[in-house]
Structures are given as C-alpha cells and as structure tokens.
Design a protein around this ligand. Structure first.
Ligand SMILES: *Cc1c(COP(=O)(O)O)cnc(C)c1O
Length: 603
C-alpha cells in the first residue's frame, strides 16, 4: 500500500468488545455492537459477535446487506429510524428497528405481514436531546395503536442521547425512561423485554453505579471501536485506543522556515492562514490530504509530531521533535477520533487492511507448485520459472483443502494447476487459512450455474456463495463484495440475476473494450483488497484470445502485472479446458511470470 491506509486490528476490536460486554453483563445489561463507523465491515461485525454482543446495530440497509452477504446471521438492529420509502427492505434485512413515527410502523407491519414475519420494534423516546424520538406525552397514545398492528411487536423502548443536543445520560432521565416503560406495561398488560438506555455515552453512568436497575440494554459503537467513553473521551479500562490506525507515506523531508516567504493571500481552501515563527523546522509531507480524510481530527501516534496543515493531497507535519527522526518512505501513523475515522472509512481513496495475527509479506512469495494440470506440463513450467529466477518448490501431494491449507500455514503461496476442477477444494483450503479473502476470476464463464449443471467449472462460484452443497458454502470467508469476474463472454440469465443480487463485480469483454484493462484492474484490486487479507486469483486460460473474442495476451499480462504490484495475491490457480485453450506452455509461463513480478520490459 503506498497511499493512505487504515489498518484494522480485528483482535483488538474483539478484545474491546469483550471488555465492554463483560462490564455491562455484571450490571445485567446486554449490548448491541454498532458497526456503522466501519461501514458494516464483515470482519468487524464478526469480531463484535465473538466478543459477546447479542446483536449488531447498523444505520444503513446497504451495510446490513453487506454483512448478510458475508454469511452473518446474527440479529440485526436498524438504528436509524426507517424511511417510509424503504420499509420493505427494512423488514427483509433487519430483525429489529428503532422507531418513532406511527405511519412508518404501520407500513412496517404491513410489509412484514406480506412476508409472513413479525418485525420487532423498539419505540424511541426523546428525553430532550432533540434528535429522533416520540415526545413522552404522546407515548401511550402511539403505543396503543402499535399494539394492534399484527406485523410488528414492541419489544421495548429506548432513547438516544449526547448525539444532537449533547444531553448527558443521568439517573433522572434514565429513571424517566424506566417510568415510561412501566406505564406502557401497566396500561397494556405487556412485558417489555428491552429498555435501551442509549449509546457509549451511557457507560460512565454504569461505572458510577448510578444507572437505574431496569435499564438492561445499550447500543455501543464508539467505545468498542475507539476504546473510549464519549463523555470525557478517556480510554475505557482494558480497551485499546488504536484498533483503527491510519498511516501514510513520507514523501518529502526537509528543513525549511516555519513562516512562508512573500506576501500571503488565501490558501487553497479560501482561508487566510496564520503562522508563528519558530525559525527553521524539520518539515515532512505525507501522501494523504483533505480529499482522503478529515485532517483536523488526526492524532499523530508520536505525540511529539504536530500537524501544520493540509491541502487536498498533502499533509504537512512538523517532525523537528519526533521521538525518532523519520526517514523518507516511512509510514507515519495516526490515531483518529470518531469524525476522522468515519470520513476515512467512507473514503474510496483510503485502503482498509485488516490485521489478523502475523503479518504476511507477499512481495517475494515462496511459491509451491501443486497439482497436475491437463493444460501445461509441470516440467516445462518449472523450467521457465526457474530460468527467470522465480524460485519455488513442488508439492507431490494431491489438491485437497488440507494440502492447500498446509502451504498457507508454512507462509507460502500455492501455484495451483488443478485437474478439472479443484477450485472448490483450493478455496476451502484458503478459507481454512484466512478469515476474509478476495477472489479475482479471469474467465469467460461466471460459474454460477448451480442446480443447472454439475460441471465443477460451471458451478463452483455458486457453491462458494451457498447456492449448492452446504459443505462448500464459504461465504463467511469470501464475500461477494470482494469478488470480481473479468472477461465474461458466456452467461445465462440466471447467472446475471445472481451477479446482480449478490453485488458481484463482473466485467464482460465489452466492458473491457470500453473501459480498458487498467481502469478495470484498479477497480478490481480495490474490491478484492477492501477489508481482506489478500486475494485468490483464478485464471481460466479460455479467457484469452479465442479468435479475437477474449482477452489479448497484452491485456492478460497487464492484469497479472497489476496483481503483482498490489502485493495482495495469496494464491494463483490456473484452470481451463484443454481443447478450448488458446495458450501454449510458453505463453502461459510468461503470464505466470508476470503474476510473480516479472516484467516483459523493464526500462
Ligand atoms: C450510532 C448510534 C449508536 C451508537 O453510538 P456510539 O456513540 O457509537 O456508541 C447507538 N444508537 C443509535 C440510534 C445510533 O445511531
């Protein structure tokens, strides 16, 4: 990664969640883990569930879908009150929603009846923060109507504080919430399962043992992801404050004056900057700017580094007093407050790399060749690859998920020459080794024909996404959002429907002609790497040439070179049908060489 990047330490998120969940449990409070600041990143949702939350909370349907597509079946709570126009999607994707409008609740009820479901709702009460919520004087009246709706069930009431008005949770306002809940229970002879006392800002009240006993639920985001309570912003006991860290590369380091020279006008953002003369200082420029992140709320990890300012693409630092004198090319790290994290996670320019245990270095992979391909002779491929200085070993084992898993366990990269067709086994091996990976498929087929074919090459992808045998379902490790198919020529309508439904990125030959391979690969790599530990590349040799209908050699090379530059490839799988393949051993070798970093022409 050369540009700005957020490294997300999944273990720290799990651990922060565990600390907070345990703390709350001792006070008889259950926790919904709020994933919205991570844009519903599946690994983050899973870490929260591992840490013991009872459900996940999200404010956007798209993010809920993202987690569902990754196989997360936990109860989902929709936090932002639903828009009337999307009630059907809410009942389809979320189990519980927070609500304050009668007509929306009525529509939710109708929508869930159509699906023969009962949607759970929590009525939000406004205790004075003046964001969402029913005004207390109207609560009983609205409850009376809602209780008659057959498609929804009131499971509790809740409130949200410290968001708009900055109102702090107190024994008084929390006591009111309990009182309102008991009024509803008495008036309608029902029992409310949940009294939800707010968000991270309610934790201090718990700490001081001033939370009324019947409050039994909180929705916690910031305290888990940033390890902080939100009233004073102090680190929560036992939590990490650096689960998310932003870094960017140092691209200029020079001693220069602290005050600009010459008459000054407005800066790039129409402000008149003010400078204090500190004499010459050691100034560093990083390759990150206002187009990527919110600068004002970045906190340098090294407290002795200070931020001077930023333009669209440059961040300027005073590193005169840095703990360790930085060097060009080094990555400087920052912690973030909530606003900076939110902006950076939403930015397309910022890479998101999960950290899951030991870091892998993939620039110079140790390659292990495995499998007997009908497409090429292993001896020939071996000879070519060792001639070009790509050193590797050969495994005599058969392709099984275990043999592939073992290669990964030894921190090596498999080069898989599957007999027809072992991709399902290899991908299982991948999923045993990595929690979340991307998938780049170069093939004329979508391989999504489950139920209509039993040819492995035509169905393996539908199996991976759970449309086939249960034991082949790998959707919790390989998400459709991280899957791309390049070079499609033959697709059935049923496959197109699945591609659309799952949100797989697919590029046909026509797209490649229109957009060009470079543009397409930039997109594909972003997708395959976003929130994953790396990606699996599967090239079906049929994708190339085919009487001018397929990829050209040049395009295939460019693809492989860009894959190599990304340093993200975990495995290379070569498949194809011998009689349809347009490529001989030699040509195939050169393509494989590109994938491992060899350039046709190095100037
Ligand atoms: C975002 C949100 C939360 C979580 O807030 P944090 O301060 O991140 O803990 C809880 N409830 C609702 C309704 C929210 O929108």
């Amino acid at each position: 990664m050369s540009g700005p990047e957020i490294v997300i330490d999944i273990e720290k998120i799990r651990s922060n969640t565990r600390s907070i969940v345990d703390f709350c449990r001792r006070r008889a409070i259950s926790v919904t883990g709020v994933t919205k600041v991570s844009c519903g990143m599946p690994l983050v949702g899973r870490a929260m569930l591992d840490g013991g939350v009872v459900s996940l909370g999200e404010s956007r349907i798209e993010n809920i879908r993202r987690m569902r597509a990754s196989g997360i079946n936990a109860p989902m709570m929709m936090l932002r009150i639903p828009p009337l126009s999307r009630v059907d999607e809410i009942v389809a994707n979320a189990d519980i929603s927070l609500n304050s409008e009668l007509s929306v609740i009525r529509s939710l009820s109708e929508a869930s009846l159509k699906r023969a479901k009962v949607h759970k709702i929590i009525l939000m009460v406004d205790l004075g923060d003046l964001r969402e919520g029913i005004w207390p004087s109207e609560l009983l009246e609205i409850s009376r109507e809602v209780i008659n709706f057959k498609g929804v069930q009131i499971i509790g009431i809740g409130t949200n504080l410290t968001c708009f008005g900055g109102v702090l949770p107190s024994p008084e306002n929390m006591g009111k919430l309990v009182e309102y809940a008991e009024n509803i229970e008495k008036a309608f002879s029902i029992q409310l399962e949940i009294i939800s006392g707010g968000n991270s800002s309610s934790l201090p009240l718990l700490m001081e043992n001033r939370m009324p006993a019947r409050i039994n639920h909180l929705r916690i985001g910031e305290a888990i992801v940033l390890g902080k309570e939100t009233v004073k912003g102090t680190l929560w006991p036992g939590c990490y404050g650096d689960a998310f860290q932003l870094s960017a590369e140092l691209i200029e380091l020079k001693k220069k004056p602290s005050v600009p020279i010459g008459e000054t006008g407005m800066d790039a953002f129409g402000e008149k900057p003010v400078f204090h003369d500190k004499g010459d200082i050691l100034r560093a420029i990083l390759n990150v700017g206002r187009e990527d992140v919110t600068i004002d709320s970045l906190i340098p990890e090294d407290e002795k580094i200070s931020i001077l300012g930023a333009s669209s693409d440059h961040l300027l630092l005073d590193v005169s007093h840095a703990e360790k004198r930085p060097v060009l090319g080094e990555r400087i790290k920052f912690n973030m407050n909530y606003g900076a994290l939110l902006a950076a996670m939403t930015s397309n320019y910022v890479g998101k790399t999960p950290l899951l245990g030991a870091e892998r270095k993939m620039n110079t992979p140790d390659i292990v060749m495995i499998g007997n391909s009908p497409l090429y002779k292993n001896e020939n491929l071996l000879k070519h690859l060792s001639d070009s200085g790509i050193i590797f070993e050969v495994s005599e084992e058969k392709i099984t998920n275990q043999s592939i898993h073992n290669i990964f366990r030894n921190k090596k990269t498999p080069l898989i020459g599957g007999e027809l067709n072992k991709s399902c086994e290899s991908l299982k091996g991948l999923s045993l080794s990595f929690k979340q990976s991307g998938l780049i498929i170069l093939s004329p087929n979508a391989s999504l024909l489950s139920g209509k074919s039993s040819e492995p090459d035509e169905i393996f992808l539908s199996e991976v996404f759970g449309f086939g045998k249960k034991e082949n379902d790998l959707s919790s490790c390989i998400s459709p959002e991280n899957t791309v198919i390049i070079g499609l020529r033959e697709t059935e309508n049923s496959e197109i429907e699945i591609i659309k439904k799952l949100g797989i990125q697919a590029y046909t030959m026509e797209d490649i002609d229109l957009l060009g391979m470079r543009e397409i690969m930039i997109n594909c790599l972003r997708r395959a790497c976003n929130g994953t530990e790396g990606f699996y590349t599967r090239i079906s040799t049929d994708v190339i040439n085919a009487e001018g209908e397929g990829l050209t050699f040049r395009e295939a090379h460019l693809t492989m070179e860009m894959i190599s530059d990304s340093s993200g490839m975990l495995a290379l799988d070569i498949s194809g049908t011998p009689d349809k393949s347009w490529i001989d051993d030699r040509a195939l070798c050169s393509i494989v060489e590109s994938a491992y970093g060899k350039r046709i022409l190095r100037l």
